[in-house]
Design a protein around this ligand. Structure first.
Ligand SMILES: [Zn+2]
Length: 669
């Protein structure tokens, strides 16, 4: 595939609507030389004093006719300019015929031989900007033609495959045959095509339930080589069940009144030419992919190359859907397939599915296997997960196909259809997975709380944090245990989020996203790495200013949220009288001063709260009120024999009674 191209398009080409294309060309297998005519029917959308279309300078344009009148024209910058005098008014119908010939560049026309199959071929491939390489074109995605006739003349016994139905085969002088193909379905500019080669024809029929007992013709043009045919027949025979599957999932095959088919040519891969994909080979997933494009790319085309996701992401996801629904037709499993997709996406830390404007002429980026295909399909799978309802997911896809049928759409259009269908807000999904870059890596700590709950602390780092610092949303976790694994769904909104889940087994691990719904990596999974904080040296003392100084040290306080000081006086209830936030570090010392507004013995306890909600109390400690009014009696000397001095300290005014009793119990005074 070509990489960055230099490309300019005259915007005034959009002054007209191109609605019909007729190609009447001669071509031979093994040669890129093409000759013949291109006919256009166009309608002026506004007054026009010149008619402009795209055609590569290397192709020879012999003459141009408009409404039967031969026109002068100029060429330059891979465009053709036809002055119109008098000016054509809006609404005018223009019937144009271009007589041309030339050897097309190898980036728009592929020719050669394939030794493995014995095929000699010439085939066109116009996506993304290469229609102009082999016919006069208007390369505007939004301007679909309504219908086309494509007639290809080639030397027998070669055949020519193209779009729509083969309505006639007309013998021509020199042992040639003209294959007349006709399609009446709307089609974008890069999907008209032909392939010529030494083909045999092989037919299948698909029978979607929606049109029973009718069926859909599947017309295959394959290298006329029995050994090769036998090697690919099994896979080609999978096409009917694929059509039937996608007709259920996305709506009836869009071109069922004409056909589907494959034409064999050495183009390096596959190309989803409308109603007849061009195939370099016949792998099962390639067959599924190009067929999927008949909905995703052909019936609905991306409105600009920014949104190639709607073509390639979904066609790639069609591969997954076929494997998932028809596992007996594949050697790989859906799980292995998606796992490989994820691994390829994560081989680089950055890159969005959305193609930024700066890359609109970078075909290497538009058709990036990692971003447009792999990541594109992986995030469709994520969207399906977010729906949490396959019926809803496929209904949204069908609604989108129906709403944008025969037209073009952006990812925003798709988003609106899915949001309307599901009632779910997809802002985060599109910002993170479509426009955003990278993927999350999860670090999870888990521990049992009691015997019937498990606590999970979920953290995530991201691979491209400057662009996408966090991936919010639903994630599936499997708590593994010898007593059986338990799958739980979490809705992650921030780092360090704690999930407390009823759980009565003995866990031995956590598997993040066991079903590969979301592109992610697993970092560290730690069990019991979180130990509740331990409070040591918990003590209190009364101070001379009548307050109390409380002190403690803490170990393992990594998950501690706060320390709460509780107080009661004598028989009252404990009440919170203070809160201390932990300082950094696993171990720390604290003190807190409290002055009660009542006197008497003070009782304190310390409550440690961690972010799992674990609440741990210290022992209760009591301390005398340092300022409590006290009645003090001092006797000296003590013991006394014949005399004693008695000092009374009576702090409160009022009457006081006292007695003096000796050690024999006799009242002395
Ligand atoms: Zn594709």
């Amino acid at each position: 595939m070509q990489q960055r191209i230099s490309y300019y398009q005259y915007p005034s080409m959009d002054k007209y609507d191109l609605h019909y294309l007729k190609l009447d060309l001669s071509a031979e297998p093994g040669s890129r030389f093409i000759s013949g005519t291109a006919g256009w029917k166009a309608r002026a959308k506004e007054p026009m004093d010149s008619f402009i279309m795209e055609f590569k300078n290397n192709m020879v344009l012999d003459s141009v006719y408009i409404n039967g009148v031969k026109k002068t024209f100029q060429r330059g910058s891979d465009h053709v300019f036809i002055p119109l005098s008098p000016t054509v008014s809006a609404g005018s119908e223009l019937d144009l015929t271009f007589y041309y010939q030339g050897t097309a560049n190898s980036n728009g026309v592929f020719s050669g031989s394939q030794s493995s199959s014995g095929l000699t071929y010439t085939a066109t491939l116009s996506e993304s900007y290469q229609a102009r390489e082999w016919f006069p074109a208007k390369q505007f995605l939004g301007d679909k033609i309504d219908s086309a006739d494509i007639w290809i003349t080639t030397t027998l016994p070669n055949k020519a495959g193209s779009n729509g139905l083969l309505v006639a085969q007309v013998p021509k002088p020199g042992n040639k045959m003209q294959y007349q193909w006709k399609t009446r379905y709307p089609m974008n500019y890069y999907l008209p095509h032909f392939s010529v080669g030494n083909y045999m024809e092989y037919l299948n029929y698909a029978k979607p339930a929606a049109i029973a007992p009718d069926s859909i013709l599947i017309q295959n043009y394959i290298s006329d080589n029995p050994t090769y045919f036998n090697s690919v027949k099994t896979n080609i025979d999978k096409t009917p069940p694929f059509i039937e599957l996608y007709s259920e999932q996305f709506g009836l095959y869009p071109f069922h009144e004409e056909k589907y088919g494959h034409v064999h040519a050495g183009i390096g891969g596959g190309m989803e030419h409308q109603t007849m994909s061009t195939m370099n080979s016949f792998g099962s997933t390639l067959i599924a992919h190009e067929l999927g494009h008949q909905w995703w790319g052909d019936q609905v085309t991306c409105a600009s190359w920014n949104h190639i996701w709607l073509n390639e992401g979904f066609a790639s996801y069609c591969e997954y859907l076929a494997i998932e629904s028809l596992p007996s037709l594949f050697t790989t499993t859906a799980a292995t397939y998606m796992n490989n997709v994820h691994n390829n996406v994560m081989s680089v830390n950055t890159g969005s599915v959305y193609v930024p404007d700066t890359d609109l002429y970078n075909e290497g980026r538009i058709f990036s296997g990692r971003l447009s295909y792999n990541k594109g399909s992986a995030i469709v799978h994520t969207l399906r997960f977010i729906m949490q309802d396959d019926n809803l997911f496929f209904q949204a896809l069908r609604n989108f196909q129906q709403q944008y049928k025969d037209s073009v759409a952006t990812a925003t259009d798709f988003k609106q259809v899915v949001e309307t269908t599901s009632g779910k807000n997809l802002d985060d999904y599109f910002n993170q997975w479509y426009y955003g870059e990278g993927f999350p890596t999860f670090n999870i700590t888990y521990l049992m709380q009691g015997v019937d709950s498990i606590v999970l602390v979920v953290n995530q780092t991201t691979s491209s944090p400057a662009v996408t610092p966090f991936f919010k949303g639903l994630y599936e976790l499997s708590i593994t245990s010898t007593q059986g694994d338990t799958t739980v769904l979490i809705n992650l909104e921030q780092n360090n989020q704690v999930f407390k889940i009823p759980y009565q087994k003995t866990p031995n691990g956590i598997v993040v996203d066991p079903n590969n719904w979301v592109i992610n990596r697993t970092g560290t999974i730690v069990f019991g790495g979180v130990i509740p904080v331990r409070v040591n040296n918990w003590k209190a003392e009364g101070l001379t200013d009548c307050s109390f100084k409380l002190q403690w040290t803490a170990e393992n306080q990594g998950t501690t949220e706060n320390y709460i000081i509780e107080y009661r006086a004598d028989s009252n209830q404990f009440v919170q009288v203070g809160e201390v936030l932990p300082v950094a570090g696993a171990t720390a010392s604290y003190q807190f001063t409290y002055q009660p507004n009542q006197s008497g013995t003070a009782y304190f306890r310390l409550l440690s709260v961690d972010r799992f909600g674990l609440r741990t109390y210290s022992p209760v400690i009591s301390v005398e009120d340092p300022c409590r009014p006290q009645t003090a009696v001092n006797i000296r000397p003590n013991p006394a024999i014949d005399h004693a001095e008695i000092l009374l300290n009576i702090p409160v005014a009022g009457n006081t009674q006292w007695r003096l009793v000796n050690s024999a119990g006799q009242v002395v005074y």
